[in-house]
Design a protein around this ligand. Structure first.
Ligand code: IPM
Ligand code: MN
Length: 361
């Protein structure tokens, strides 16, 4: 029997509440599908920072390397200046553990309201492969003459061929294995590169050349499309059914996946994985810690449950992952009034119970 070592970081605000529901469903899946989990809880987050000044210490990063996966709730505390916890915990984990893929499915489940007119689960069903280590996120840059009228601020978008190639490799493999043709949902598997080759003539030139070289040579069965990022945003609203797998840099990926998330019903359901295919990956709801709802039991745990579902899929528990997804679909289509906090028609733990029961059946 497989045993997975899972690090559980509930984090701030409502993070621990939703993570508890994800763990509940994971335990139900383990019992049903015959695997074991060995869970260790960590208290990284705003409270610990305020108490000790520590975000994610280097020793913790080393400890995390020994796990099979990390389940994260949410990071963000109203008493901590923006940037400290994000950089100190979330981005540090992504960078130090070299989680170079941020996989963000944009999938509308049945019964979930979307702001897109005349679009349903048939039309909104694609994934974004966001590069997760480079671009404007590297921290390269600085100020000169800070505080004077001549102050300058520079922040540089950087990509190496190595970073681009390994991200594209993952995206092509993903399109080959899970694209619309592979899933019986269309005639072709398609990978769309999202860039800005008309202005960012260095960075996205590199991406575009690498994209076509790799696709031509190794993935003749994957159709290649290209979108400028601004136009891509329009099509994500008007024609989401065009998309299958999209790949893009870190900054564009950050922005377009929030747009994608709202089209799939918002932060109550959107999940993502920070993946190191050769190392330890970390799965999280895309939404924040929603501190004002802490302890009220009104926040939707489905995003955390979906993050955990992606974790099991990545660990190779395909059958459990499929079952959990089916259970989530049943809950969205027959049990919940809305995905929004306070308007679900039941509590956070009741949603977890419903999914767990369906998984156990
Ligand atoms: C996300 C978040 C983070 C990011 C922030 C909190 C640093 O917006 O996961 O998308 O920009 O990557
Ligand atoms: Mn973001």
């Amino acid at each position: 029997m497989s045993t997975y070592r899972i690090a559980v970081i509930g984090g701030d605000g409502t993070g621990p509440e939703v993570t508890a529901e994800a763990v509940k469903v994971m335990n139900a899946a383990a019992a049903k599908f015959g695997f074991k989990t060995d869970q260790v809880t960590f208290d990284f987050g705003g409270e610990r920072y305020l108490r000790t000044g520590e975000t994610l210490p280097d020793s913790a990063v080393e400890e995390l390397r020994a796990f099979d996966a990390i389940l994260l709730g949410a990071i963000g505390h109203p008493d901590v200046k923006p940037g400290i916890l994000e950089k100190g915990i979330l981005l540090k984990a992504r960078f130090e553990l070299d989680q170079y893929i941020n996989l963000r499915p944009v999938k509308l489940y049945p019964g979930v309201a979307t702001p897109l007119k005349d679009k349903g689960p048939e039309e909104i069903d694609y994934v974004v492969v966001r590069e997760n280590t480079g671009d404007l996120y590297t921290g390269a840059g600085g100020f000169t003459m800070k505080g004077t009228p001549h102050e300058t601020a520079i922040q540089t978008a950087m990509y190496t061929r190595f970073q681009v190639d390994r991200c594209l490799r993952y995206a092509f493999e993903y399109a080959h294995k899970y694209g619309k043709k592979a899933r019986g949902r269309g005639k072709e598997n398609t990978l769309g590169l999202v860039g800005k080759t008309n202005v960012l003539t260095y960075v996205y030139d590199l991406w575009e050349r690498a994209f076509h070289e790799m696709g031509q040579k190794d993935y003749p069965d994957v159709r290649r499309d290209y979108y400028h990022v601004d136009a891509c945003c329009m099509w994500m609203v008007k024609n989401p059914e065009w998309f299958d797998v999209l790949v893009t840099g870190n900054m564009f990926g950050d922005i377009i996946t929030d747009l994608g998330a709202i089209t799939q019903g918002g932060m109550g359901i959107a999940a993502g994985g920070n993946i190191n295919p050769e190392g330890v990956s970390m799965f999280e709801p895309i939404g924040g810690s929603a501190p004002k709802y802490t302890g009220q039991g009104v926040i939707n745990p489905l995003a955390a449950i979906c993050a955990m579902q992606m974790m099991l899929q990545t660990l190779g528990q395909e059958a459990a992952a499929i079952k959990i997804e089916e259970a989530v679909k049943t809950v969205t289509s027959t049990k919940l009034k809305s995905l929004a906090a306070g308007r679900m028609g039941c509590s956070t733990s009741q949603v977890g119970d419903m999914v767990a029961e369906l998984v156990a059946q």
